[in-house]
Design a protein around this ligand. Structure first.
Ligand code: PCA
Length: 220
């Protein structure tokens, strides 16, 4: 019998002043659900430099997924954003949940400057928009714990030998309405809509190995 198909979906614990993190709310809602022949396995990561990567590595060993999708909150964004690139920089504007605030440190000493997502990010944006779900490509995952985990994930996946490589990437999510209500003027998206977006994103990621060639660039 062949090994079960698994999708690892990670979400973060709350950080800074929040008591909720939509990334974990979405991941745990989808835990155990099916996407075609694959089963979704949700894992919560601590919002802590270093420790989050240890938890990620442990989850990769334990669940042996074929696809890894890491989620995080990007408060202030109005759309579901497909991150294009992870950079080898930790530069924290606020402290993480253990009080660490690295400044201009590499995620991986001696690692390449950046890694690209291996998700079909344009195809996902295309399908989300077609389904009436606001989405965009983002060219920066920031320099906090989300970018840190994204970079560490892609660094790990880059070590794979030929065969059928594990694909991975990162998606940032907007505030939930109950969070945005505390930051007047901030955009938000209902949990049900975020969950629907992730279901669609997973479906597209499983179905398309080759990305669409469609403009999603930005002038600045
Ligand atoms: N968002 C933060 C870290 C955890 C999260 O959900 C970020 O964008 O780096």
């Amino acid at each position: 019998m062949s090994a079960p198909l698994r999708i690892l979906l990670t979400g973060f614990e709350p950080f800074e002043r929040d008591t909720l993190n939509p990334s974990w709310e979405v991941a745990r809602t989808l835990d155990g659900s099916r996407c075609g022949a694959a089963t979704v396995q949700a894992v919560q990561l601590p919002c802590v430099f270093g420790l989050a990567v240890e938890h990620l590595h442990q989850a990769l060993r334990q669940w042996q997924p074929q696809l890894v999708l890491a989620l995080g909150l990007a408060g202030g964004r109005s759309e579901v954003t497909l991150e294009r690139v992870a950079i080898n920089v930790d530069d924290a504007r606020v402290a993480d949940n253990r009080g660490q605030q690295p400044i201009d440190m590499p995620v991986v000493q001696g690692g390449p400057g950046a890694y690209f997502s291996t998700l079909p990010i344009k195809a996902i944006v295309h399908d989300l928009r077609a389904a009436g779900l606001p989405a965009a490509v983002s060219n920066s995952a920031g320099t906090f714990v989300c970018n840190h985990v994204f970079y560490a994930l892609m660094h790990q996946l880059a070590k794979q030998v030929a065969g059928s490589p594990i694909r991975g990437g990162f998606i940032h999510l907007p505030y939930l309405p109950e969070q945005a209500a505390r930051y007047p003027g901030a955009p938000s998206m209902a949990l049900a809509t975020q969950v629907q977006a992730l279901q669609q994103a997973l479906q597209t990621a499983m179905a398309s190995r080759v990305d669409l060639r469609e403009s999603a660039g930005q002038l600045h």
